[in-house]
Design a protein around this ligand. Structure first.
Ligand code: XMP
Length: 175
């Protein structure tokens, strides 16, 4: 697999995002809602770069099923919906692809009474977005390829890689 973003590049960018978020919220309490499971590594690294009164919650929504790289309908697990009423929420996801996941969750957080909802992603794929959503914080813009590592998986594998790599074609074709 070809490494697209090295561990050092990701760590540096996550530090910068942390600084930016701190400056924007200026000491106000923030609730980070991370979308399971792909954003877990980003969540762990990012929150340690943010010196703000901080709550962390998880949300589960997924459009990928197992060994496939094509999206199905978005499934939201209501059991994971956090209490965000009256809170400034930052939704955190691994990657912005079509935009369906984050756009749906932004609405969901607003419906639950969040005071404000912003979005942060590590990656944004070029030329894939079908839903209009401008992420407030974005780590890297990447080409349209299926990527794994740093939380992103293929068939639940590769999440633990400390870098982001482009998945080989023989994985997706079963070869
Ligand atoms: P949408 O299309 O809703 O998709 O913006 C966001 C979700 O799709 C998954 N996704 C990927 N997962 N490698 C992955 O491991 C990829 O290249 C990729 N592209 C999209 C991901 O779960 C994300 O939250």
């Amino acid at each position: 697999m070809d490494v697209l973003l090295s561990e050092a590049q990701i760590q540096e960018r996550v530090r910068q995002l942390g600084r930016q978020i701190e400056a924007d919220y200026l000491g106000r309490p923030l609730t980070i809602v991370a979308v399971l499971t792909g954003s877990l590594i980003l969540l762990a690294d990012l929150i340690r770069q943010i010196q703000l009164p901080l709550r962390v919650a998880l949300h589960q929504a997924s459009s990928y099923k197992g060994a496939t790289t094509t999206a199905g309908p978005l499934a939201i697990n209501e059991a994971f919906v956090p209490d965000v009423a009256g809170r400034d929420v930052l939704l955190l996801d691994d990657i912005l692809d079509t935009g369906h996941t984050l756009a749906t969750l932004v609405e969901h957080m607003a419906e639950r009474g969040a005071l404000s909802v912003k979005t942060a992603v590590l990656l944004r794929k070029i030329g894939r977005q079908v839903v209009h959503l401008e992420p407030d914080y974005c780590g890297f813009t990447i080409p349209d390829a299926f990527v794994v590592g740093y939380g992103l998986d293929f068939n639940d594998d590769f999440r633990h890689l400390p870098y982001v790599a482009v998945l080989d074609e023989d994985h997706t074709t079963g070869g």
